[in-house]
Design a protein around this ligand. Structure first.
Ligand SMILES: O=C(O)CCC(=O)C(=O)O
Ligand SMILES: [Fe+2]
Length: 435
């Protein structure tokens, strides 16, 4: 999890805000950083209103702030559906040509700046977003067993806190990280860095999660093959996308207790997954809205016209596959809901398992270290048109406003399959200390 918002926080001083490196923030992944700053400058507005302004002004804190100041009316939060809506398909509204082009080109006509397009049917989801969804994914008894197990696990889930300038920011839901073996859990706790720190709480994948992991693996591999065949140019995988079988070995399990709990817009970190990562995301319990929006490049410093967001309905027992286009070109979030329909077993809780495939050759002992001595993070340029799509290794602090680190930066090289130069022979990588 990489996106955070605290509801109780100290105000940022104007001076601190002035020191914000706007260029870096504009390139930064996390809308939550911007939201946190905007909220501290305009405390009278709800986060939903602030987010709407931020989206309408292409993520520019400055322009969104000006617009908020100009607005003298009291803006009431946009009414959000209570996730119980149903829509069979968009097919009767718009025809989507299957011309082999990447599916995501089409939503240009479907979403408008400041608007939300709600999608329910699998054919609409895969046509207008880089995701596919399988409803009623597991045998109901298997889903129920996993849900029960995770509800019990969730008692130990925690929010994440980190430092943004002089205040502590807290994630607006709880989660825990799981890996498949105890040895891996130990490696994770002692070697893997997240936002510049070690993760203290890493658990071993539970028996039900492991059982389901095998079912998810088969389904995700099928979905990847289908997506490549139907939606990618010439039916070929994307450049840097792995050709290997997708094999989950780690997962973040998220718990959203009630409609207020959410996660802000973000892209998932690629540092240990590599480029063009695919993630299998299983939803259990209360149905919630998963929002996605495409990242629009900046040309000559100015953002092109921003598109609206798309809300994907995630009911109990659905598997959402975030395909290879997702993390580099889109952001995703779980929006707060005004109300939720209680689930007979989970009550107001939604449990979500995001199955991921950590690559052995991206273990921090093989990847570049920055001058702080910390393993560098892997990012993809998302907004700057000139370098968009290029990968870079850099000091984690570059993307954490208010944190001081070093200036380490290096363009990252990957082969067609997304493997770094040391992948074939990574066990003998001479650049690696502590090997
Ligand atoms: O809860 C979800 O569906 C998404 C969670 C998520 O974005 C994440 O774990 O990175
Ligand atoms: Fe995510």
């Amino acid at each position: 999890m990489e996106a955070f918002i605290s509801r109780k926080r100290r105000k940022l001083s104007a001076d601190t805000v002035a020191k914000t490196r706007v260029v870096e923030l504009d390139e930064a992944e996390s809308t939550d950083y911007k939201l946190a700053i905007l909220e501290s400058l305009h405390p009278g507005h709800s986060q939903e209103v602030l987010l709407d302004y931020l989206l309408a002004y292409d993520g520019s804190i400055e322009r969104a702030g000006e617009a908020l100041l100009e607005s003298t009316r009291v803006v009431s939060p946009q009414k959000r559906p209570a996730v119980t809506g149903y829509q069979s398909s968009l097919a009767s509204f718009a025809k989507q040509p299957m011309d082999g082009s990447v599916a995501t080109t089409s939503k240009k006509q479907m979403t408008k700046k400041g608007k939300t397009l709600h999608l329910y049917a699998p054919e609409d989801v895969e046509t207008h977003t880089p995701c596919s969804i399988v409803h009623n994914f597991l045998d109901p008894d298997v889903a129920a067993a996993l849900l029960r197990e995770l509800l019990d696990e969730a008692k130990q889930f925690r929010t994440e806190t980190f430092q943004l300038f002089e205040r502590t920011v807290e994630s607006p839901h709880t989660f825990r990280f799981y890996v498949d073996s105890l040895d891996e859990a130990e490696e994770q706790k002692t070697k893997y860095m997240y936002n510049g720190s070690l993760m203290a709480d890493v658990a071993q994948t539970t028996p039900e999660m492991l059982k389901v992991s095998r079912i998810v693996r088969e389904a995700v591999n099928k979905e990847i093959a289908r997506r490549v065949r139907r939606f990618y140019a010439d039916g070929k995988k994307l450049k840097f996308q792995s050709s290997d079988d997708w094999q989950p070995n780690a997962s973040f399990v998220n718990c959203y207790d009630g409609g207020k709990e959410s996660v802000g817009y973000h892209s998932d970190q690629l540092t240990y997954l590599g480029p063009r990562a695919v993630i299998g995301s299983l939803s259990l319990g209360v149905a919630r809205e998963f929002r996605v929006r495409q990242i629009v490049p900046n040309v000559d410093g100015a953002a092109a016209d921003t598109q609206g967001q798309i809300a994907i309905h995630l009911p109990h027992n659905s598997l959402l596959v975030m395909h290879a286009e997702m993390q580099e070109e889109w952001k995703h979030s779980v929006a707060p809901a005004q109300t939720v329909d209680a689930h007979p077993v989970a009550g107001n809780k939604r449990l979500n398992v995001t199955y991921r495939c950590y690559k052995e050759y991206l273990h921090p002992k093989y990847t570049p270290k920055c001058k702080c001595g910390v393993s560098a993070v892997l990012r993809c340029v998302q907004k700057r048109a000139a370098t968009r799509g290029r990968y870079m290794w850099m000091c984690h602090s570059n993307y954490t406003p208010g944190q001081t680190g070093c200036s380490y930066f290096d363009w990252a090289a990957f082969d067609e399959d997304g493997k770094p130069p040391w992948a074939e022979d990574y066990r003998t990588n001479v650049n690696v200390p502590n090997f």
